[in-house]
Design a protein around this ligand. Structure first.
Ligand SMILES: *Cc1c(COP(=O)(O)O)cnc(C)c1O
Length: 443
């Protein structure tokens, strides 16, 4: 079978394709000028900015990073030492955060950069009751060349708009969100990722919640966007590879017509029972299966890849396709696929060439490949886990070893893709100037 065609799009358009209709609907209500950039309709943007007859509504204010109001902290906190409990607790954030408030009558207020600290919400706030929350996950990397970089951040900002649209949170120009993220990174990056810690990173968490203080089950009329930078441990180095527990038939992560494609909080809370069980049994992640056929979808909050040899003898890199929208369109997933299509198809450095395949595939196919000695490698790919080799899968009473490299290290396909990505993120391996690396100028 030839590799399934992958059509590259402009980065921003690609993510908005996912839910064109949902976005149009959300944007009409909340961020009319974005209809233009989403090339959905120009008409609403042509409303006059003043309206003497009061017969059409005044346009809502857009999120506008140039209006940023800055208040620096007066009590800066120490940066945890590498490997310290504070560094791994995922509780310590940098000195500042971004906030921006929205309401349905005036739109976005001027965003702020302010000291990191608690939010104040009414107990009736929509997000506390109806899961009107979504988020993104990115990293800020301190390069081996001394530079601070983001990795394809425009994709995360576009995906955030896909997620807000799915849960009736307001639209915004993704480029303005990116400017706010960059500003926060530029402000705290120099101190929190010191130049003598090349290869380190902070986790970036943009989030949006509905803050309406009314208990009615209805479209939110108030929202808050906020962004923080958190200390976070590397998670890609389980000795012997990650151990995955395949989900049981009484629990699914996502379903057609649901919201598995969006990074909404409602996808994660309900998965924690299974995740906790897996941990208690010594596994690192759930391998989420779908349907009676046991389609393989994702590993925890990462996309999942296998490398296998077909019965006909060809090597394939396989991951679940996005067509039913039960799988998240990961930036890492997309990047692995693009790099593999660009650099692995013809073979690389002694590695046999691969076909790159996005399709539905089942646990039975993985099991057969393992039993017949055709399974070559498996890995999970996502921002938090980076590229984590998988060494073991438990599927309903049966254990499969997934081959790894010598001494329990990454297999060669996994290691090769990972080195390419590492080079782009941290500016090494001759990848310093790669277009996916977004250099942040420090203040
Ligand atoms: C965030 C996430 C991923 C990985 O996406 P990246 O953009 O690569 O970080 C994969 N699956 C799920 C369910 C996720 O939440």
């Amino acid at each position: 079978m030839p590799p399934i065609a992958f059509t590259p799009h402009e980065e921003q358009d690609n993510a908005s394709d996912l839910t064109a209709q949902g976005i149009e609907h959300a944007l009409q209500k909340t961020a009319p000028s974005q209809l233009k950039s989403a090339s959905l309709s120009d008409s609403i943007t042509q409303l006059p900015s003043t309206n003497p007859k009061h017969d059409v509504p005044t346009p809502l204010a857009e999120l506008d990073a140039s209006l940023l109001q800055t208040t620096y902290t007066t009590s800066p906190r120490p940066v945890p030492a590498i490997g310290s409990p504070e560094m791994t607790s995922q509780r310590v954030c940098s000195d500042h955060m971004i906030q921006a408030k929205w309401n349905s009558t005036t739109g976005w207020a001027a965003p702020t950069l302010q000291p990191y600290g608690p939010l104040s919400l009414m107990p009736t706030a929509s997000c506390l009751h109806y899961a009107t929350e979504c988020f993104e996950g990115m990293k800020l990397y301190r390069g081996y060349d001394g530079k601070l970089r983001l990795f394809r951040p425009a994709l995360n900002c576009a995906r955030m708009l896909v997620s807000t649209s799915r849960i009736a949170l307001p639209g915004f120009p993704p480029a303005e969100l990116l400017k706010l993220i960059v500003k926060l990174c530029a402000t705290d990056g120099a101190k929190w990722l010191p130049k003598d810690r090349p290869g380190s990173f902070l986790y970036i968490r943009p989030s949006m919640i509905a803050t309406d203080p009314a208990l009615g089950v209805q479209r939110p009329t108030e929202a808050l966007l906020f962004v923080m930078l958190t200390c976070f441990p590397p998670m890609d180095g389980q000795p012997g590879g990650a151990k995955l527990l395949a989900s049981k038939d009484d629990m699914v992560r996502a379903w057609p017509g649901g919201f598995g494609y969006a990074k909404v909080g409602a996808n994660y809370g309900p998965s924690l029972v299974a995740h906790g069980e897996a941990h208690a049994l010594g596994y690192h992640q759930i391998l989420w299966l779908f349907g009676e056929e046991c389609y393989v979808t994702e590993a925890g909050a990462s996309n999942f890849f296998v490398v296998w040899r077909t019965r006909e003898g060809r090597v394939q890199l396989v991951t679940a396709c996005l067509t039913e929208r039960i799988v998240l369109d990961g930036v890492t997933r997309r990047s692995v696929l693009e790099l593999a299509r660009e650099r692995l198809v013809e073979g690389y450095d002694g590695l046999e060439g691969v076909e790159v395949v996005e399709r539905k595939f089942t646990m039975a196919e993985v099991a057969e490949a393992a039993d017949e000695g055709r399974l070559i490698e498996g890995f999970a790919a996502g921002t938090a886990w980076f590229v984590a080799p998988v060494g073991h899968i438990h599927f309903r009473g049966k254990d499969f070893k997934v081959p790894m490299g010598e001494d329990g290290q990454s297999g060669r396909y996994t290691a090769t893709v990972k080195e390419w990505l590492r080079g782009i993120m941290w500016g090494t391996n001759g990848q310093e100037g790669h277009e996916w690396g977004y250099v942040v100028d420090e203040i």
